[in-house]
Design a protein around this ligand. Structure first.
Ligand code: ATP
Length: 368
């Protein structure tokens, strides 16, 4: 029996709606396989936690996470947190850094039933997560943005060989696993950032030598931004530094139906965190119309990742069943949320995925 301990950090706003649905779908999937068990642990975070105990990132949550295999992190509505209280910090960059979650894996997949800008899109962008231009996480102490005078602002970008190598390795391993083009595209601007992007690309090139079965190419970020809009079908796995990746993943989500269709997984050498690309969407919170796809598929990726790490075929199959269940709901458009043109609530769409999985014979989804 393989056991996984997984935390549930709901986050803010629509997090309270999409995370419970994703948890339910994961539980339904593993219930189909007697050899897999998940022990769930609810942990406070975000604004609800601030109201309850005065902190958005309580120590007891942090202490508990160290003992878990992975966790769901719901979207964080940090823009609404009190600005002047250090106990109201934005937890997500902190968690990515604290748990060394170096690679952020963000897939983009089109469904022919949905109005997408492009069809037959199936790519994954791996974004380095903890350095680059992000000043809230790229320093040990202090911040990488400062104003020496009232009229001069400076931002420091950080690129290390260690994190570039980890992100590149994540990309090549994924390219090997996927039944796709077997290609990695590394994004840079080393025409300008000769040292920073230079180090990133040199490191990717070194890693590429270990994967002769995978095609490797490099592209300048502005050229790639245009190519992504015009011919996204040409790409399989893309690896990038932090800020470029952040922008490109939203652009990619726009190609296939928007942020509700953009799952994500943060991985490091030891921990894994399921975190969708979208924010907390305060404009639609409380109405139960948020699309749960991104959060469900973030959980699916987490289960698959853990199953691969432990060599647990049943967990991998359970993850594949989720993918098939979600695919069926989207193909038939039977119960989808308003952003996808439907009338279903967040919970009804989750229920439809569970029902679709119940109709699959166990193991039906195995591609391994
Ligand atoms: P952040 O900067 O925190 O990532 P953001 O500025 O990208 O947040 P979001 O909160 O992600 O903004 O919302 C952007 C738009 O996408 C909003 O109109 C929101 O309603 C919509 N949106 C985001 N997530 C979903 C979802 N799961 N389902 C439906 N619509 C969503």
């Amino acid at each position: 029996m393989a056991k996984y301990s997984i935390g549930i950090l709901q986050g803010d706003d629509i997090g309270l709606e999409v995370v419970p649905v994703a948890v339910k779908v994961l539980q339904e999937a593993v219930d189909r396989y007697p050899g897999v068990k998940i022990d769930w642990l609810d942990l406070p975070i975000g604004y609800p936690s601030y109201l309850e105990c005065g902190e958005t990132m309580p120590q007891r949550t942090l202490d508990a996470l160290y003992d878990l295999d992975g966790w769901f992190l719901g979207p964080i509505g940090h823009m609404a947190y009190p600005r002047d209280d250090p106990k109201a910090m934005n937890p997500h960059p902190f968690l990515r850094r604290e748990f060394d979650l170096v690679s952020n894996i963000r897939p983009t997949k089109s469904f022919s039933s949905l109005p997408c800008l492009h069809q037959s899109v199936d790519l994954v962008i791996i974004r380095e997560n903890n350095e680059g231009f992000q000043p809230d996480r790229n320093m040990f102490r202090g911040t990488a943005e400062y104003m020496p005078t009232p009229d001069l602002a400076m931002s420091v970008r950080v690129i290390t060989r260690r994190n570039s190598e980890f992100a590149a390795r994540t990309a090549f391993e994924l390219a090997r696993q996927r039944n796709s083009l077997k290609k990695v595209t590394a994004i840079h601007k080393n025409t300008v950032f000769k040292l920073g992007c230079g180090l990133f690309i040199d490191t990717c090139q070194e890693v590429a030598k270990e994967y002769p079965d995978i095609e490797f190419e490099t592209m300048v970020v502005d050229t790639f931004a245009m190519a992504l809009v015009m011919r996204p079908q040409k790409y399989d796995v893309v690896v990038s530094t932090n800020m470029f990746g952040d922008i490109l993943t939203d652009e990619a989500a726009g190609l296939v139906g928007g942020l509700g269709m953009a799952p994500g997984l943060c991985v490091g050498p030891r921990y894994v965190m399921a975190q969708a690309t979208h924010g907390s969407a305060p404009d639609i919170a409380g109405r139960h119309i948020a699309n749960p796809y991104a959060m469900i598929m973030s959980g699916q990726m987490m289960l698959s990742w853990l199953g691969n790490k432990k060599g647990d075929g049943e967990a991998i199959q359970a993850a594949r069943d989720i993918e098939l269940g979600v695919g069926k709901v989207l193909d038939e458009l039977a119960a989808v949320t308003p952003d996808l043109g439907g009338k279903a609530s967040t919970g009804e769409m989750g229920e439809a995925v569970c029902a679709a999985m119940r109709n699959l014979p166990p193991g039906a989804g195995s591609i391994y």
